[in-house]
Design a binder for this molecule. Sequence first.
Ligand SMILES: O=c1ccn([C@@H]2O[C@H](COP(=O)(O)O)[C@@H](O)[C@H]2O)c(=O)[nH]1
Length: 239
Amino acid sequence: MSIRRTRLIAALDTASHDQAQHWAAALEGKVDAIKLGLEFTYACGLDAVKSLAARQELFLDLKLHDIPNTVASGLRALAPIQPSLMTIHALGGAEMISRSRAVLEEAFDDGRKRPKLLAVTVLTSMNEESLAEIGINTTPLKEVVRLGRMAVRAGADGLVCSAHEITALRDALGDGPELVVPGIRPAGSSTDDQKRIMTPAQAARAGADWIVVGRPITRANDPAAAAQAIQDELQAATL
Ligand SMILES: O=c1ccn([C@@H]2O[C@H](COP(=O)(O)O)[C@@H](O)[C@H]2O)c(=O)[nH]1
């Protein structure tokens, strides 16, 4: 059994600044970080991202994927927001990842805490069938480990993966890389568009550093109570 503490990130997926502020305030002290992604950032802008980051630890999940120079420059432009975690796609390749890491090292060479650079491996909304549709004829597990090895070698601090791949990634890469795990569904909740899912307790036992939970919290009648129930489940799983 793992002795890591698995931390909870609430994904605040909304196009409304008021809604995100409301959730963030309700979840303060109940979650370890908030996640803002494409929907919020495109709809509300970077000043709104910055204002939410001032109150809570931030996972800025923009999943950059472009040529190395464009991704590295994008990260340089995002650096003033100072998130704790930020994402690029592993499929952008080793040069893109190493240049991204170098840009972050440079932007934070003044002693401020550098954001951890996470490479997204295979989206948790994909299964073996959806991989085959894009011409990748292998299992998500093998593909995640292949991409994960390359990404960590190139300079990623961690990986976004599903809970199903944690054990294989730890075997391949050790305890170093930060494993951030979406596709989390408390027992009985709707799977929505997620394919590779596990419960909070299963992900904690597998050794996730962070779990990312969106709709099971934000669609609950009482998001703070839903987050607290997940924290209780995480704690019980690692006792
Ligand atoms: O592979 C990935 C990468 C990122 N995500 C993000 O996590 C949350 C999950 O939201 P739920 O509502 O709990 O499904 C969402 O913001 C995704 O962009 C992911 O799900 N899978």
